[in-house]
Write a protein that binds this ligand. Structure first.
Ligand SMILES: [Mn+2]
Length: 320
């Protein structure tokens, strides 16, 4: 019998897995990757009697792969917090999916383990941009404010390390990062022993500085659109830059574009923080997806750029 651990490569995914393996060590095949790379279940080569643990991966994206594994007689423990449109009932599937806005996968694992490795869940919640939930957990675990700040930096840095459109963009491969953190039961010990984390933090700030040096490509009363160059740093920072812009100008909607392979843009869209609606429905018009406040488009043809700009201005003209 073989075990497979399949997780998102961001802080939430890695720290969810780490909590589970601290509680129940297991020799397992690890499958992970860049944060955007979330169709990971199709890579699992399990057969009858094998067991898969799936963490922080959209069930909708992996639905067909899950079905194929179940039909092969593989048992699956699926823990996640992304929207799932209906879960199949199957005796081999245990699905623990909670889409409440104040939980992430590491918090669901923390619940399952009764708070045994809570500091990791605190860092993960900060990484998933849930500072309210992170602070509540830190308070419950009697973590002081200095340590809370360290855990926040850890979560945000590990999260940033998973940003990029492909493995080449990443500051470190998530599987390599997992191997570095795996020996530590306490995340504060890991931070103290791993100088790479500070290097990631520095790169995170430098990427943002490079983005901030660019001028907007188009603006309207309610919107700002940036196009960044085809560089590793730009593909890493696209989403984080959009979040930063949203904080800096909460009344406006923002879009940040980076060139993908020939003839396409990849787009991060943020609705105004003051009225965080419509990003998902807007992106769906161009084949994208996401949540009401934050969404994206994976393949916007360059020829559709002008139509995109016009539609974005129109979608958010009244919120200014
Ligand atoms: Mn998550």
């Amino acid at each position: 019998m073989q075990y497979f651990d399949v997780c998102n490569g961001d802080a939430d995914g890695l720290f969810a897995l780490h909590q589970l393996r601290l509680a129940a060590p297991r020799d397992a095949v690890l499958i992970t990757g860049p944060k955007r790379d979330n169709a990971l279940l199709q890579r699992v080569t399990a057969s009858r009697g094998d067991h898969v643990t799936a963490l922080d991966l959209s069930f909708d994206v992996n639905r067909a792969a899950v079905r194929a594994l179940l039909e092969r007689g593989v048992t699956i423990d699926y823990i996640d917090h992304h929207i799932a449109t209906g879960l199949p009932r199957h005796p081999l599937l245990h699905a623990d999916i909670d889409t409440a806005p104040d939980v992430c996968t590491s918090i669901l694992v923390d619940r399952r383990l009764g708070g045994r490795y809570r500091a990791w869940a605190v860092a993960a919640a900060f990484g998933d941009n849930l500072p309210g939930a992170a602070r509540r957990l830190a308070w419950l675990a009697r973590i002081d404010s200095d340590d809370e700040t360290t855990l926040r930096e850890l979560g945000e840095n590990v999260n940033y390390a998973s940003y990029g459109d492909s493995a080449e963009d990443l500051l470190i491969a998530p599987a390599a990062l997992y191997a570095l953190l795996a020996p530590y039961a306490d995340p504060l010990d890991f931070v103290g022993a791993c100088p790479l984390l500070a290097t990631i933090g520095q790169a995170r700030r430098e990427d943002l500085k490079l983005a901030c040096a660019h001028r907007a490509a188009a603006t309207s009363a309610g919107t700002v659109i940036y196009t960044l160059p085809a560089e590793h740093w730009a593909r890493r920072v696209r989403g984080a830059f959009a979040n930063w812009l949203a904080l800096a100008a909460p009344a406006r909607a923002h879009a940040v574009l980076t060139p993908a392979f020939d003839g396409f843009w990849i787009v991060s869209v943020r609705a105004p923080l003051a009225a965080p609606f419509g990003a998902d429905s807007f992106c769906r018009r161009f084949g994208g997806a996401g949540r009401a406040g934050a969404a994206g488009i994976g393949h916007l043809p360059c020829a559709a750029f002008d139509a995109f700009v016009t539609a974005f201005h129109q979608a958010y003209e009244r919120t200014a």
